[in-house]
Design a protein. Structure first.
Length: 360
C-alpha cells in the first residue's frame, strides 16, 4: 500500500496554482503594454515570488525612470521658467499652470450649469405653450453661450476622427491596389510624391474656398468650419496609411499569391484571407502615423481658420494677452500632447486586437 505524503501534495497544488498565476500574468502583459502599464507585470511577478530583486529592477526601469524624468523636468521648468520674461510676463511654472487648469475646469462646470438652466427654462416655456393650446409657438432654440474648454476638446477630437476615418477609407483601398498592381503603383506614385509634402497651410485656403462654394449654407449635417478642418486633416493624413498599406501588401510572400492563383480564389477572398492579415502590422503603423499627423494638422488648421477647437482656444488666449493667458496656453499644449498620446494608445490597442484576431 502506497502512502501519499500530504506535504508533497500540498507542494504540487501550490506549484500548479503558481503556474496558473504566471500564465494569467503573461496573458495580461500584452494588454498592460498596450495601456502603458507594462510595469505592472514585473510587480505582479515579484509579488508571486519570481526573482523579486530582478523584477524590481524591471519596475524601476519601466516606472521609476519615467517618473524620475518627469520630476526632473518639472523641477527644471519651475526653476528656469521665472527667468524668461515675455510681453505677457514671466513664463508660468507648474503651480501656476495647475491653478489655471483648475480654473478652466471650474469655468467648464459653470458653463455646463448655465446651459442646463437654459434648456430647463426652454422646456418649461414650451410646456406652458402646449398647455395653453399654443403648440405652434413651440421653438427649439440652440444654446449660444461660449463653449467650455471641454467642449473645445471634444470638438477637436470629433473633427480629427472624422477626417482620419475619411482618409483611411480612401487610403487603404488605394494602398492595396498599389501593392498588388505595378500599374496602379506607377499611377499613384507621382501623385503621392507631389502631394505628400504639401503643408496644411497651403491646403487650408483651397479647402476653405471649395467648401464655401459647394456648401452654401450651414443647414446641413455639418457646419462649414467642421468640414474645413476635417477635410484639411484628411488631405494631410492619408499619405502615411497609403504608403504603409502599399508597402505591406507588396511585401507579402509571393508563394502565398501563387497559392491563391492555384486555388482560384476570388479577388475578395484573396484580399480578406491573404492580403490584409499579412499586411496588417504595416497598415496599422500607417494608421497610427496618420492619426498623429492628423492631430497636429488639426490644431494648426483651427488656429489659422479660427474654427472651434483647441487650436482656436490657443489663438484666442494669445490674442487675449491677459496675465493668465500664457498659463492657459501651456495647459492647452499639455492637453494636446496627452490627447495625442492617448490617441496613439487607442490605435495600438486596436492593432493588438486585430493582429491577435488575424493570427487565430
Amino acid at each position: 500500500m502506497t502512502v501519499v505524503d500530504p506535504d508533497h501534495l500540498d507542494t504540487k497544488h501550490k506549484e500548479a496554482r503558481r503556474a496558473v498565476w504566471f500564465t494569467r500574468i503573461n496573458k495580461a502583459d500584452a494588454w498592460f503594454s498596450v495601456l502603458g502599464l507594462a510595469w505592472l507585470t514585473p510587480l505582479l511577478k515579484a509579488a508571486a515570488g519570481d526573482n523579486p530583486r530582478g523584477q524590481m529592477r524591471d519596475v524601476w526601469r519601466l516606472l521609476g525612470v519615467p517618473l524620475l524624468s518627469i520630476i526632473v523636468f518639472l523641477m527644471l521648468w519651475a526653476t528656469l521658467a521665472p527667468r524668461v520674461v515675455t510681453s505677457l510676463g514671466a513664463i508660468p511654472g507648474p503651480v501656476a499652470v495647475w491653478e489655471q487648469a483648475k480654473e478652466l475646469n471650474a469655468d467648464a462646470i459653470d458653463k455646463r450649469a448655465k446651459a442646463a438652466m437654459f434648456h430647463e427654462r426652454l422646456d418649461q416655456r414650451n410646456a406652458r405653450l402646449i398647455e395653453a393650446g399654443r403648440a405652434d409657438e413651440v421653438k427649439q432654440i440652440a444654446y449660444t453661450g461660449a463653449p467650455s474648454y471641454y467642449d473645445q476638446i471634444w470638438t477637436s477630437i470629433k473633427t480629427v476622427f472624422f477626417g482620419f476615418l475619411v482618409a483611411s477609407v480612401v487610403a487603404i483601398p488605394l494602398g492595396i491596389a498599389a501593392g498588388l498592381s505595378p500599374t496602379a503603383n506607377a499611377a499613384l506614385n507621382p501623385l503621392i510624391q507631389i502631394f505628400k509634402p504639401v503643408s496644411p497651410l497651403a491646403w487650408l485656403p483651397i479647402v476653405t474656398m471649395v467648401v464655401s462654394a459647394v456648401y452654401a449654407t450651414n443647414d446641413g449635417m455639418f457646419s462649414k468650419s467642421f468640414l474645413v478642418s476635417a477635410i484639411t486633416v484628411t488631405l494631410c493624413s492619408l499619405w502615411p496609411t497609403l504608403i504603409n498599406t502599399a508597402l505591406g501588401v507588396a511585401s507579402i510572400d509571393r508563394d502565398l499569391i501563387s497559392v491563391s492563383r492555384v486555388l482560384k480564389m476570388s479577388p475578395y477572398a484573396k484580399i480578406t484571407k491573404l492580403v490584409l492579415p499579412s499586411a496588417l502590422p504595416l497598415i496599422f503603423t500607417g494608421l497610427r502615423l496618420s492619426l498623429g499627423v492628423g492631430w497636429m494638422v488639426l490644431i494648426a488648421a483651427e488656429m489659422l481658420a479660427q474654427n472651434p477647437g483647441l487650436g482656436k482656444f490657443v489663438w484666442d488666449e494669445f490674442q487675449n494677452g491677459s496675465s493668465q493667458s500664457l498659463a492657459r496656453i501651456i495647459v492647452a499644449v499639455l492637453t494636446i500632447g496627452i490627447i495625442g498620446f492617448l490617441l496613439d494608445r487607442v490605435m495600438f490597442a486596436l492593432q493588438s486586437f486585430f493582429t491577435f484576431s488575424a493570427q487565430r
